[in-house]
Design a protein around this ligand. Structure first.
Ligand SMILES: *Cc1c(COP(=O)(O)O)cnc(C)c1O
Length: 237
């Protein structure tokens, strides 16, 4: 099942790249493995996947020692400040910086571990009540402040688009995030680049790629539906 799913996702990524005149190498597939057992991640690894996304600290710390060391872990979920220390030396990037206090705490833990942490700023483009992230108007001021922190590097923006039936409904959300990243890039803020746009999930990653996504986060499309009956809710990490 995994092999077929991956082939299907890969074809759709390629199709979206071709449709929008982009190169396949411009888009990184993040396999979102939350709630899935390590055996399944190993299977995906054996099929060539190296970039995995998780939204809970406990899952990263549990899976990390069980799997090969060349995996590039991505923290994609809401992060609590007191848990940063458990993942700071394990993840390649934190996609979900949603407050100055969190940015400062990541900076602090990174300094303690002697690392520089790449981060993305989460933007609540559709301004949904239930979602974390900055509103579009707040992002620039925040980035100017956070760019002064010496042990994080802002690499771009991330959004979780609304759940929709028709992915076309999210096209404007993706376009607006892209425009925002272009506007911020033009400000040439020290230590800030806008090379990464983490947007697009199983339901809408093709549209996201057409609108400029450089990282699509695909869970269900690769690993199948998640079963939460035995799991805690996925919103808090
Ligand atoms: C779960 C999750 C995904 C993947 O969702 P699917 O619809 O299963 O592809 C992507 N991004 C974030 C932040 C998630 O929490």
């Amino acid at each position: 099942m995994l092999a077929e799913n991956l082939k299907d996702v890969e074809e759709k990524i390629l199709e979206a790249c071709q449709k929008s005149g982009r190169k396949r190498e411009e888009v990184t597939l993040v396999a979102v493995s939350k709630t899935k057992p390590v055996e399944m991640l190993q299977e995906a690894y054996d099929l060539g996947i190296r970039v995995f996304g998780e939204n809970k600290v406990q899952e990263i710390t549990a899976k990390y020692p069980e799997l090969p060391k060349d995996i590039r872990w991505q923290m994609i979920g809401h992060l609590q400040r007191n848990k940063i220390k458990y993942i700071i030396d394990k993840v390649e990037m934190i996609h979900s910086v949603d407050s100055l206090r969190l940015a400062e705490a990541i900076d602090h833990e990174a300094e303690k571990k002697g690392v520089i942490m790449p981060v993305l700023i989460e933007v609540n483009v559709a301004e949904e009540e239930s979602k974390f992230g900055f509103n579009r108007e707040e992002v620039l001021n925040f980035i100017v402040e956070a760019s002064k922190l010496s042990h994080i590097r802002i690499r771009g923006l991330m959004t979780i688009a609304p759940y929709v039936e028709d992915p076309e409904e999210n096209r404007m959300v993706f376009r607006q995030l892209k425009e925002l990243s272009v506007d911020i890039a033009k400000k040439n803020i020290d230590n800030v680049t806008m090379n990464v746009l983490s947007m697009g999930m199983t339901g809408d990653y093709q549209v996201a790629i057409e609108e400029g996504s450089t990282m699509v986060r695909v869970g269900t499309g690769i690993f199948g539906a998640r079963n939460y009956s035995r799991q805690e809710k996925e919103t808090e990490s």
